[in-house]
Design a binder for this molecule. Structure first.
Ligand SMILES: Nc1nc2c(ncn2[C@@H]2O[C@H](COP(=O)(O)OP(=O)(O)OP(=O)(O)O)[C@@H](O)[C@H]2O)c(=O)[nH]1
Length: 895
């Protein structure tokens, strides 16, 4: 609301008496002057007092009861009929109150951001839309299309500073994002197919991000935009990016906090090259301190402060390029006298900035730098061009600049750089103060004014709206400085004037000079008002503006994350139920498979063992029954030994063949067993067991049965004779042993001699004569018969004897059991491989399910915590937003 409007409110119980305007200026020339005093009209209830009380009642009042009482008393005083109260005191009280309230809100916002930062560590903040890429995990939302808040707007300050009646946050367009996000969604879905759920980044797409004014992640790499980059980022990377944003927002809030507390104000004077910025500064100071030149001469930022801040010493501190200025640390700057300023400001290779401490030439009432209550710093910026525009914009963006004064050359109007800068600065700062300088050089002033105002309307509508206060057409040259007497215009377009700067002092009443000085003084007044009286707007409004933005961002993130937390909690509960049942059935399957495979293996092992054992036992037992084997023919007495070797060989070959057949049988059993296990694998683990291949030929490659060939079964003479027939007994082993010894010591006939000796002993008993006559022929015949018998029986006896010997040798090395164990063990080994694989696979599945269940439980717990946290955050951010939005920074002027 501008001043004229407030004046129009003449019927208000509280009115401004324009007759009480400052006595510095003629009243009729003070359309923009601020009221110095306020008188109370009817004495009826004051709006101010009501507002104060309402504010106190709201709990958002002063920091102490005493403070509150003091303010309320001041307000009550203001409504006492006929009692003049200094408007500035009231304003100061309002200002302090707002300052304290905003300070508390800043602290609260910092607290909320820090908690958000902590939350972001344990539960990465969601930063992706719930449609599109995330749609597959948000079945619940599929049936309830997610509302995309495409354009939520935080109304900026100034005329748009939200008041109690106009909510600050306006969702101008809420729509179902169907078509607009289709492309992004398609892309997201495509990429999501290949991205595991856990790595889904929590990002908001550009459809949501515009509503984030501060915490928006500015993702851009080359030609790729956020929508494309979004899916390539890990959630943790996004969390880190967001953490950085939150950190810098906290830093910004802290400096805003400091700025709110700070009683000084900084005024940046910027504009096109040679627009007359330095001349304007000098005119404000009434001293020619900063170098003025027709050529561009200011290359570094030049800060003009009151000498009071430098213990009253006037000097220049040129700050080193890499140093952070500290007045108490002379390492950070060089000290110069004012005369050297021209050299310093024109060179930006040695110094980045200079601080100029200036003592005032004007009294405190008129002084701009030190106005009693507030310290003001003027900053003369380098002229804007394509190189410096960005630097200056960055400078402006820094929170310590309260007011931007933009100097335009009346003859050049707005250059491209100027337009760029104003567009950027207008977005950053609520107000721009425009000084159209060198107005003395313009002939058709009215036309110039019109043209410039229409340009301003396009560039900064807010400034245009209050142009009577914020846009000034002046001539800095018209203001006399120490070395420039009154009216000494550079181009001579205006003539000289009186020695003082009061136009009324002009004895000849030179109209143009009078007008110029008056205009300049009006500008000063507006600027002073702007800085001093409207500190709420210049100092507090940026904090309020930023607070509304950041609280809105917190609210948006909290709302989205609340929904996500609810969604994830629901999903978590559902997933947990599914996982529990899967885990149960898998564990059952695990036991079942274990038992079935073990049974199958044991059964197969036992079968093969029994089969091998019985087969080998049978073959070894009947190894000597191959008399009809055509390959082993008895060649007669003289080939008896060779025959015995052939027989032995045939027997061992037969046994070996039986071992091979047992192995073949075992292979078949293994194939059957593997099939049984494969079926179990297919049943419980699915297709991964379809291609299970088993090569039975690979079994029994090492011929361990050759042991049989290596056994030593020597043939002795006794093996040819059927001793039991001769001796009618079976005490064969003793004889065998004795004969073995005899054979070894005296050759094969010793045993026979002993037998003959016994025959002769019998004959002796019968008598010599008879014996000689009867027995001898009998003996000879019997002997011959025996010999014939023995020779005849050799093949049969040898087979049996050798078979027995082989069997006993094999029994000695436990051949049957060894081979049965080896073959069946081999089968077991072969079967154990797929069985173990199945078991391991099932173990893995069970373990995986267990881990997923644990993870789901963790996520569920986290989601529950997040849900509670974000739910509270939504409420708290709304509460804080309302409190901040309800702060009416302009209250005292709306009387
Ligand atoms: N006629 C006239 N000349 C002016 C006025 N203000 C400045 N000048 C002249 O314009 C020229 C440039 O003035 P400066 O103050 O150096 O301009 P600047 O914007 O500070 O220049 P840079 O910092 O180098 O960009 C000087 O010759 C001044 O004398 C004015 O109001 N009227």
């Amino acid at each position: 609301m501008n001043q004229d409007q407030s004046i129009d409110k003449g019927k208000s119980p509280i009115s401004i008496d324009r007759d009480e305007l400052s006595d510095d200026e003629p009243k009729k020339n003070q359309p923009s002057s601020r009221p110095q005093y306020m008188t109370v009209g009817s004495g009826s209830t004051s709006l101010h007092a009501a507002r104060f009380r309402a504010m106190l009642d709201s709990g958002y009042g002063g920091s102490t009861t005493e403070d509150a009482e003091q303010i309320a008393a001041a307000a009550d005083m203001a409504i006492q009929p006929g009692l003049p109260i200094q408007a500035k005191s009231i304003e100061q009280l309002w200002y302090d109150r707002h300052r304290a309230a905003l300070g508390r809100s800043v602290d609260r916002a910092i607290h909320l951001l820090r908690s958000l930062q902590e939350m972001n560590v344990s539960w990465n903040i969601y930063y992706l839309p719930l449609d599109g890429a995330e749609a597959d995990l948000s079945g619940a939302l599929k049936s309830r299309p997610y509302l995309q808040r495409t354009h939520s707007t935080v109304l900026p300050s100034s005329s748009t500073i939200p008041s109690a009646t106009s909510p600050p946050i306006r969702r101008s367009e809420t729509s179902y994002q169907e078509n607009a996000t289709a492309e992004s969604r398609r892309m997201g879905e495509k990429q999501m197919e290949s991205v595991p759920r856990e790595s889904v980044p929590r990002l908001l797409t550009p459809q949501v991000t515009p509503q984030l004014a501060v915490l928006n992640l500015d993702l851009k790499v080359g030609h790729l935009h956020q929508a494309e980059l979004i899916h390539t980022l890990e959630r943790s990377s996004v969390a880190t990016l967001l953490d950085d944003k939150i950190r810098s927002a906290v830093g910004h809030l802290q400096s805003l906090r400091g700025r709110i507390e700070d009683l000084s104000s900084k005024v940046l004077i910027t504009g096109d090259v040679n627009a007359g910025k330095s001349t304007f500064c000098n005119a404000l100071l009434r001293r020619k301190i900063l170098p003025e030149d027709q050529q561009p001469c200011t290359a570094i930022f030049c800060e003009v402060l009151h000498a009071m801040e430098n213990e009253g010493v006037e000097e220049v501190h040129a700050v080193h390029l890499e140093a952070a200025y500290n007045r108490r640390d002379e390492q950070t700057y060089d000290t110069y006298a004012f005369e050297r300023l021209e050299d310093i400001v024109s060179d930006n290779t040695k110094y980045k900035q200079c601080k100029v401490y200036v003592g005032e030439t004007q009294g405190t009432n008129q002084s701009l730098l030190n106005n009693g209550a507030v310290q003001i710093t003027l900053i003369d910026a380098p002229g804007l061009n394509s190189h410096t525009t960005k630097t200056t914009a960055v400078f402006v963006r820094q929170e310590e600049i309260d007011v931007v004064v933009f100097v335009i050359s009346a003859s050049n109007h707005f250059t491209i750089s100027a337009q760029d800068f104003i567009t950027t600065a207008a977005a950053e700062k609520a107000y721009l103060f425009m000084v159209v300088n060198g107005f003395d050089t313009i002939k058709d002033k009215e036309r110039c004014e019109k043209m410039i105002l229409s340009q301003i309307r396009g560039l900064s509508p807010q400034t245009f709206k209050e142009s009577s206060e914020l846009v000034h057409f002046v001539s800095s040259h018209a203001i006399p400085t120490e070395d420039r007497p009154h009216g000494a215009s550079g181009d001579g377009s205006t003539s000289g004037g009186s020695s003082g700067d009061d136009p009324n002092d002009d004895p000849k009443g030179r109209g143009k000079d009078v007008e110029s000085i008056r205009n300049f003084k009006r500008l000063e007044e507006s600027l002073r008002n702007f800085i001093l009286e409207k500190r709420a707007r210049t100092k507090l409004a940026p904090a309020k503006h930023y607070l509304l933005n950041i609280l809105n961002d917190i609210n948006v993130l909290a709302t989205v994350n609340c929904e996500v937390a609810q969604l994830e909690l629901d999903k978590g509960i559902q997933a947990l139920e599914e996982l529990e049942s899967q885990l149960k059935s898998r564990k059952e399957a695990q036991n079942e498979v274990h038992n079935e495979t073990e049974n199958a293996i044991d059964e197969m092992y036992q079968n093969v063992y029994n089969h091998t054992r019985s087969t080998l036992t049978r073959v070894i037992t009947h190894a000597g029954d191959n008399s009809d084997d055509p390959s082993v023919l008895y060649p007669g007495l003289f080939g008896a030994f060779r025959y015995s070797e052939d027989l032995k060989q045939a027997m061992l070959t037969q046994i070996a063949a039986s071992v091979t057949s047992c192995e073949e049988h075992a292979r078949g059993s293994a194939v059957r067993g593997v099939n049984v296990i494969k079926q179990l694998g297919l049943l419980h683990l699915g297709s991964e067991y379809e291609n299970l291949t088993f090569r039975p030929a690979a079994m029994f490659r090492r011929k361990e049965d050759e042991l049989a060939r290596q056994i030593n079964v020597p043939t002795s003479l006794l093996d040819f004779i059927d001793w039991p027939v001769f001796f009618g007994g079976e005490n064969f082993s003793e004889i065998d042993m004795a004969l073995k010894v005899a054979t070894a010591v005296g050759g094969g006939w010793i045993g026979f001699n002993t037998w003959m000796d016994q025959a002769f002993l019998a004959a002796k008993l019968l008598g010599n004569i008879n014996l000689r006559q009867v027995v001898f022929p009998s003996i000879v015949v019997t002997g011959l018969a025996a010999i014939t018998y023995i020779v005849w029986r050799i093949p049969t006896v040898l087979q049996r004897r050798l078979s027995t010997k082989v069997a006993s040798e094999l029994a000695e090395i436990d051949y049957v059991h060894t081979n049965a164990t080896r073959i069946s063990g081999s089968v077991r080994k072969v079967l154990r491989i797929p069985a173990d694989n199945i078991r391991l696979s099932l173990d893995r599945v069970v373990k995986g399910l267990g881990e997923r269940r644990d993870e789901s439980m963790r996520l569920k717990a986290q989601s529950r915590v997040a849900l509670t946290y974000f739910g509270n955050l939504v409420q708290e951010s709304v509460k804080q937003k309302t409190l901040v939005a309800d702060l009416d920074l302009e209250a005292p002027t709306q009387v």
